[in-house]
Design a protein around this ligand. Structure first.
Ligand SMILES: Cc1cc2nc3c(=O)[nH]c(=O)nc-3n(C[C@H](O)[C@H](O)[C@H](O)COP(=O)(O)OP(=O)(O)OC[C@H]3O[C@@H](n4cnc5c(N)ncnc54)[C@H](O)[C@@H]3O)c2cc1C
Ligand code: HEM
Length: 395
């Protein structure tokens, strides 16, 4: 895909760009937000910006894309592009914004690398950027068309359920009385809220109800501060301010962690903590589809009292003809559950299992390693990260 002269230049300059990524992204975001303060206030996650996490994701994905173009010129890294495009579509990113990002990114590269950025080098990286940007724009266009929901909609909270001390479920119905298309189990919506300082911040929440229901629901864990970092803005806002009768702005459902179309394959759903949310939708979907192959459900949590949506976990598992629920709690494990972190020793992992993981990164790393050791194919292990996807950024 990359022209031969550009490929040679990108290969020669990739180490220098990679070595200066932090400085480049620092300058890029500073320039972008100085010129367009509304982007930081109303589109980008300012918590991620403050903590520095999303910065690495965007820049890292461009160098990962460049590396892929050089190593596998015949293929496109579709998994990476789709993951980003789904996130962008949920945020309503528009094609014309790519020129804005381009302007500030290339100003930052020139500012950091100085004279090393000859016209030839700039042209080669321009080619990388637009190959990636045009691929994203095309996928996003298709996602917008397929969603059947043009733009964000207002949803009324019809019920709020306190699941645990830290997790609340908001059950929602469209304020316009319009249809509620079924989503794909595992998908999330972007929720935009107005904050007291006038900012309108967006966060993603997985849909935690059954895909065919005409009410949608999200289950939100309150993220507390820890003395050095502040309380999470949107989760605390939702917990403190949003009640039955209030209205929330939601995007259409997006996200590529969805069940493979393989009705006869064994399925393993592994979650920890609030990572349970997409798993409940998947279980509901499997029950709805009458899935007959084995389903192994694995969940770890701090204690039974912290285990949100436990009743749904149990009820949907019980509806499946060949499913088992395995629980681990760090404390207060009742009879039938185990104490400690999730450990798949002794848990059946049938051949051909498709695995879906959601939870903190150390949990997913550990489960992934255990599954690989048990012979599950890497391509059959899918995951969702509840934050910027830094695995993705590392290619
Ligand atoms: C695809 C996807 C699905 C998700 N699904 C769910 C779900 O189903 N349920 C759910 O509860 N969550 C889910 N999340 C997570 C959710 O989107 C939010 O990230 C979460 O609610 C925290 O948002 P917040 O606004 O409360 O925190 P933020 O304000 O975004 O803060 C996040 C962290 O950054 C820290 N931080 C903020 N500012 C600073 C600073 N200046 N210095 C240092 N640290 C700082 C905060 O202390 C906090 O720890 C999902 C995320 C993704 C990407
Ligand atoms: C080629 C250009 C671009 C690349 C390579 C890129 C890459 C990425 C990546 C890797 C993520 C993180 C995805 C994840 O964690 O799941 C992301 C998120 C995001 N992108 Fe882009 N992006 C590009 C262009 C844009 C544009 C044009 C905009 C709009 C101005 C934009 C706005 C965002 C926002 C708001 C997020 C969410 C992150 C947050 O709020 O913290 N991106 N992008």
């Amino acid at each position: 895909m990359l022209s031969a002269p550009s490929a040679a230049v990108v290969r020669a300059t990739l180490p220098a760009v990679g070595a200066h990524l932090d400085e480049i992204t620092e300058r890029f975001y500073a320039g972008l937000f100085a010129a367009h303060p509304g982007l930081l206030r109303d589109l980008f996650n300012r918590g991620n910006q403050a903590a520095g996490t999303q910065r690495q994701a965007l820049a890292g994905s461009i160098t990962a894309f460049a590396t892929h173009l050089l190593d596998h010129p015949e293929q496109r890294p579709d998994a990476m592009l789709h993951r980003i495009a789904h996130k962008h579509a949920s945020l309503g990113v528009a094609p014309e914004q790519y020129a804005v990002v381009h302007e500030h990114l290339f100003a930052a590269i020139a500012g950091v690398l100085g004279e090393a950025v000859t016209p030839e080098v700039a042209a080669a990286w321009d080619e990388v950027y637009w190959l990636m940007a045009n691929a994203l724009v095309a996928i996003e266009k298709r996602l917008y068309e397929e969603s059947g929901e043009p733009g964000p909609r207002q949803w009324e909270v019809v019920e709020r359920v306190e699941e645990t001390a830290d997790v609340a479920t908001f059950r929602l119905r469209p304020g316009d009385g319009g249809p509620v298309p079924a989503f794909r189990a595992g998908q999330y919506v972007s929720v935009r809220v107005g904050l007291p300082d006038g900012a309108r911040q967006i966060r993603q929440y997985s849909l935690s109800g059954a895909p065919a229901e005409t009410i949608r629901q999200i289950s939100v864990k309150r993220v507390p501060g820890d003395g050095t970092s502040p309380d999470g803005e949107v989760s605390n806002h939702l917990h403190a301010r949003v009640r039955e009768g209030d209205v929330l702005e939601l995007s259409a459902p997006y996200g590529d962690l969805v069940l493979d179309d393989a009705p006869d394959a064994p399925v393993l759903l592994a979650s920890a903590g609030i990572g349970v949310t997409p798993m409940i939708a998947m279980l509901a979907q499997l029950a709805e589809d009458g899935h007959r192959a084995p389903v192994t459900v694995v969940h770890g949590d701090r204690s039974p009292a912290d285990h949100a949506l436990r009743a749904e976990h149990e009820a949907y598992t019980a509806k499946l003809p060949d499913a088992a629920l395995h629980l681990w709690y760090e404390q207060d494990a009742p009879a039938g559950a185990r104490t400690g972190f999730v450990d798949l020793t002794g848990v059946a992992v049938p051949a051909g299992t498709r695995a879906y993981l959601c939870g903190p990164l150390p949990f997913m790393r550990s489960v992934r390693e255990q599954l690989l050791a048990r012979g599950v194919a890497p391509a059959d292990i899918h995951y969702e990260v509840f934050g910027p996807d830094l695995w993705l950024a590392r290619g």
